[in-house]
Design a protein around this ligand. Structure first.
Ligand SMILES: Cc1cc2nc3c(=O)[nH]c(=O)nc-3n(C[C@H](O)[C@H](O)[C@H](O)COP(=O)(O)OP(=O)(O)OC[C@H]3O[C@@H](n4cnc5c(N)ncnc54)[C@H](O)[C@@H]3O)c2cc1C
Length: 414
């Protein structure tokens, strides 16, 4: 019998009112151009900026931050003196910090009662912190936030995603990397209008039983974790194409909050202030909050998750081509559990990564935080279709079910 966790945190990004998803993938007909189109300024007054509008680093914190910086420069270069920013995630904080540093007056309107958005550090007991959303600084040398973390002296721990301590429920782990490469090659030549759900069953059926097992493991963990959008909406061609985790990643034992707090220092951020609509015209913009307040500015930078943007009342509105591009950016759900124990009872992975191949997939990807945070803590991820199968009940039930998956992995590691 494995020990029960003494503290836990379970996320609900998929149902959280201000995210309703974790990150976007490309839907049918989508391309990275859609990301740039979604982030194109409208009438020189309004712009969407966030992790989904970044064509080179989508779905990552530094991609969001870089988009905020881009939007701030657009506003300043256009002569804006007063800028309204909607959302205080990394994109909003990047926009606000940059605009202030360039001499503008900025107000940030944030719906939640905290900053950070989908990157949020939680406490597990008094002395331990862990990230409930984003945890890694990815893409090593090109990561602007990693550079800031270094500049500000924040401790970070390198990890190697490609060397997990892996185990499978149905026997020794096969050559999942080769299966992943073969699947990627097959998906890359799928018809332009095909979804993953269209292509995958026939692909798997044509394989030998042992190839199929390895391919299924690649689908369950790598494809669904990187691109958690529903398979019937996910474009087959790009499903294994966009960049994600890899060599050069690091995580912050003190949590992402330390970075966010430094960026937010001195910024006028109005928490608990959901925005309902934005109107723009020749003289400027008016941003209307849920309580009816109006904030006037020269330009508005909107950093809410892009799939929520069409729900705002935007006047005169987004061009049809931009709305169509946004609709091809399909949100998916990744959830996380962070578990603290009295002692580390699971085998130690040299890279810190643990991977559990179980079909149908459950809590498959884990990072052992113990050495970094100085207490027995491990974080697990569940993605895509596995969320609807396993992310049920109250948080304690979810934490215990995740612990059971970790225990099955521990019992299977050889
Ligand atoms: C479980 C999980 C794990 C992840 N892991 C990683 C990782 O390891 N590394 C990595 O780089 N990325 C990771 N990501 C992705 C990363 O978190 C996001 O790409 C990034 O945080 C997005 O930043 P953003 O500023 O674009 O959006 P958000 O962080 O979503 O910020 C938008 C803000 O807008 C606010 N808002 C929404 N609607 C309104 C409204 N109407 N009015 C006012 N405010 C509003 C929200 O409350 C939020 O604060 C992960 C995400 C999840 C969910």
């Amino acid at each position: 019998m494995h020990p029960a966790p003494v503290a836990w945190h379970v996320t609900h990004w998929g149902t959280d009112q201000w995210s309703r998803g974790s990150w976007t993938s490309l839907g049918v007909g989508g391309s990275t151009t859609d990301r740039a189109t979604a982030g194109t300024p409208v009438d020189d007054r309004f712009v969407l900026a966030g992790d989904a509008t970044n064509p080179v680093a989508p779905s990552m914190t530094h991609g969001a931050y870089d988009e905020g910086v881009r939007a701030a420069r657009w506003a300043i270069d256009g002569g804006a003196r007063r800028i309204a920013v909607i959302g205080a995630g990394f994109a909003g904080l990047g926009a606000a910090r940059t605009a202030i540093d360039l001499g503008a007056e900025v107000v940030v309107l944030e719906a939640r009662d905290r900053i950070g958005g989908r990157a949020h550090t939680v406490a597990l007991g008094r002395d331990v912190h862990a990230d409930a959303g984003a945890a890694w600084l990815q893409q090593g040398p090109t990561n602007s936030l990693a550079r800031l973390a270094d500049q500000w002296g924040l401790r970070s721990v390198p990890t190697d995603f490609h060397r997990p301590l892996a185990a499978a429920a149905d026997g020794p782990v096969g050559d999942v990397a080769a299966a992943h490469a073969a699947l990627a090659a097959h998906l890359a030549i799928a018809p332009a209008d095909a979804t993953v759900a269209d292509v995958l069953p026939a692909y798997l059926a044509a394989l030998t039983p042992s190839q199929r097992r390895d391919a299924q493991h690649a689908v369950d963990l790598e494809l669904e974790l990187e691109n958690p959008a529903p398979p019937h909406l996910l474009a087959a061609r790009t499903a294994l194409e966009e960049p994600g985790v890899g060599v050069g990643d690091r995580w912050l034992p003190g949590g992402y909050t330390a970075l966010q707090q430094r960026l937010a220092n001195g910024v006028d951020i109005r928490l608990g202030t959901p925005v309902r609509g934005v109107t723009w015209h020749a003289d400027g913009v008016e941003v209307r909050t849920a309580s009816g307040e109006i904030h006037r500015a020269d330009r508005c930078i909107c950093t809410i998750p892009v799939w929520l943007a069409p729900e705002l009342t935007l006047t005169p509105g987004l061009p049809a081509a931009q709305l169509a591009a946004i609709q091809r950016l399909v949100p998916g759900v990744v959830e996380k559990v962070v578990l603290r124990f009295d002692e580390r009872w699971w085998p130690v992975s040299p890279s810190g990564y643990l991977r559990w191949y179980d079909h149908p997939a459950s809590w498959g990807e884990w990072l052992d935080l113990t050495d970094g945070v100085g207490a027995p803590v491990v974080a697990g991820l569940i993605a895509g279709t596995a969320v609807s199968r396993h992310h049920h009940g109250n948080d304690e039930a979810i934490a215990l079910a995740a612990t059971a998956a970790l225990a099955r992995w521990a019992a299977s590691v050889t």
